[in-house]
Design a protein around this ligand. Sequence first.
Ligand SMILES: Nc1ncnc2c1ncn2[C@@H]1O[C@H](COP(=O)(O)OP(=O)(O)OP(=O)(O)O)[C@@H](O)[C@H]1O
Length: 576
Amino acid sequence: MLNYLRHRFALSEKGAKDLVKAFGACTVYDISLMLPVSLLYLFVSDLLSGGVSAGRGGLYLAGCLACLVVIGVTTYWQYNATYLSTYVESGVRRVTLAERLRKLPLSFFGKKDLSDLTSTIMADCAKLETATSHWIAELAGAIVSTTLIAVSLFFFDWRMALAALWVLPVAFLITACSSGVQLALSRKQMAAMMACADGIQECLESVRDLKANNAEDAYLAGLDVKIKAVEKRAIISELGTAVFVVSAQMILKLGIATVALVGGLLLANGTLSVLTFFMFLLLVSRLYDPMQLALQNLAAILSTNIQCQRMDEILSHPVQTGAERLTNQGCDIVFDHVGFAYNGNEQVLRDVSFTAKQGEVTALIGPSGGGKTTVSRLAARFWDITCGTITVGGMDVSRTDPEVLMGLYSIVFQDVTLFNNSVLENIRIGKKDASDAEVVAAAKLAHCDEFVEKLPQGYETFIGENGSQLSGGERQRISIARAFLKDAPIILLDEATASLDAENETLIQEALSRLIADKTVLIIAHRMRTVSGADKIVVLDGGQIAQSGAPAELAQQDGLYRHMMDLQQQSGAWRM
Ligand SMILES: Nc1ncnc2c1ncn2[C@@H]1O[C@H](COP(=O)(O)OP(=O)(O)OP(=O)(O)O)[C@@H](O)[C@H]1O
């Protein structure tokens, strides 16, 4: 049972145990609500059989107080067992998902978009939170307590019990039969919501380009269609659920009518006492309350299947694992007959073999789409390769834990990611335990101090979401400062100086040459000027190595390298 609950509702072991406790609490709470009815039954029975004495009256008063206390205690217990433990479990679920996401390979993120993942962690978790706190335990409690009460009704009068209870299986059957329809409706509603969330996120991310191209109206019209689709799907889904739930609830109401009808007939032919009739009328008015709620809940619980499946996709996706200890001897990077395809589709790299030696600068060049970025990222195990091996100092990267491996790398990407935090903290990402003095020293090496001095609070200035208050060159200098601070033995540079003006570029290149001394450097560069000082050039074309060797050597050959040099020279001479 615990295993079923864990799997069905994406719960931790403790969460599943807490849910079982909540079932118990809800059952006791539902039964406690019947206590006043029993007391009333006894009171009326006394009244009909000759009146209530003062002593018995005091007893009934004490009984009322006892009912109040029992209901109060069970309400408190039920609240703690269902709500409080659910909120704790919800936190655990979100952290588990986030931890798993942290360990998943980038190939997973290629298949999933950001809004989808955000929605799983926030909206799906919230729905499951409501399901476990409000619906599941209450449903289980209602079923158990109603069954117990139903059994006891048969002891009073089986004919009246049948009249009161025939509606329960029918109502349940209607709701259960609707599960297929409801699941299909929920799936469609979720798809519409995801498409809409995607559209909104894309719109916000590309608002600058949309404005620049005067394409806002056309884009917003498309978005409008998606928003309307969500509205339509929500109405259809709501209607679909309502048809079944309302039908089931109406059937339940028929129970009161049949109790009145059958009771009236039995009373008329003298085979039922007035007291039993009165008690059944009292009971049925209370008996169906938890069931009505439960039926509504049943429909909602059935639809949580989708949320659980979406979480399962994250939780069951294989993570990148490996040795948690570095065993590399030196930091030579060796690609040996490497093949790679993104998401198992078309091969992007074929039979790539080369060595990037420690203490040397190895430059990756070639036409756009040739595979330069892919090669540099595979060196740091951003993805797992499909064939061949990549080693660092003899250590197979695919057998090393990615987080441990990352300790060997400083990476400066073309697209720098910055956080809405101070300049100081943005640079400290490179080395979490670095002192302020170390951070400032790294910033100075990357020539950040020139622009930081002009910021209102210097290094303490917040730089906006993704560094929106900084220029492209300034953002890149922060990224270079992070690499200085980390001071790892392998440096991956992806066109690191692309957004800098000529003056800054020279300064940064000076600093970079200090940073890369004695390190393994893999640099991606489009400009031939950047790579002329490299020790080795690897020319990638169509995912294969077209040429490799020292720049002077390649300049002698009639190949892609010389062709690119010539083209660069021609474009250098170009004037407006
Ligand atoms: N995340 C991805 N998912 C699927 N295909 C990708 C992905 N990233 C790159 N590709 C494809 O892999 C091939 C190599 O891309 P890569 O970015 O490595 O080339 P590049 O030489 O760095 O190009 P550029 O010089 O334009 O940056 C291209 O055909 C590209 O479309």
